[in-house]
Design a protein around this ligand. Sequence first.
Ligand code: CP
Length: 303
Amino acid sequence: MQSLYKTSHLLDTEHLSHKELNLIFDLARKFKNNDTLGTHRGTNVGFLFHEASTRTKGSFLIACKNLGINVLDLSPQNSSFVKGESLVDTAENLIALGVNLFVIRHNQSGIMNYLSEKIDVPIINGGDGMHAHPTQALLDAFTLIEHFGSIENKKVSIIGDIKHSRVARSNIHTLKTLGAEITVIGPKTFIPIGIEKMGVNISYSLDTILESDIIMALRIQKERQLSGLIPSFSDYASCYGIKEKHLTEIKSEAVIMHPGPVNRGIEISGKVADSKNSLILEQTTNGIFIRMAVISLLLEGNL
Ligand code: CP
């Protein structure tokens, strides 16, 4: 359906060009260097987090505070959502209260695409079901560019439950746009049929990480294990967990990433998460500046 409105949103990374990615990264860099602060005083941002979050919500809150923005944090348990009010009605009423932009996390894939047809203020997708997590992919790419300078032709391994991962999907789009070569790794039950059409290689062996410049482990979502996709956590950890021994086998300059929250001892060992190769906490910190940049660009109509 064609949108009634001309408002821009950030719902996925699929449609972001290399030029738009650079626009976001350049502004994030300025914010990181403290060039511009408090530029949106008086603006109201509505937070609708229908799923738990530490990093995404925390960094969006700090991003808004740094920009002088007021936050209306209406978690479902504290709002009239518990009385049955729909997401569209909630959003329209918050707009009537003066909300200028929404940050939403939801367990239903695509729900923000639906909402974007109904309202005319920008929406930032903070993660929707298995669909997309655009700001995670942006902060991951920003962290990598900061580290390597460029990720053109870098070999990236993404390991884990690719099938159900919004982080994997958003990262594949962004890293491909930036010229990286991507291999997805995992047991067959975690690799979606047809994923190669996204321009990625497939491997069922963790040995592939030995040739990689960038090793990105995904969180094992415990609810999936219950549906029988893997025999057990320990079985997964033994075949696909990144362990201390890998630190001596991978390229010495390779970096290890994880979007969090980390299940230490399953997809990645504590020693690996805390190693000198790990960029995990840099990823978290950079979330603030990427989110400041995306909020600013959308409020100014520049994205
Ligand atoms: N990476 C990420 O989305 O973490 P949170 O669920 O803690 O926000």
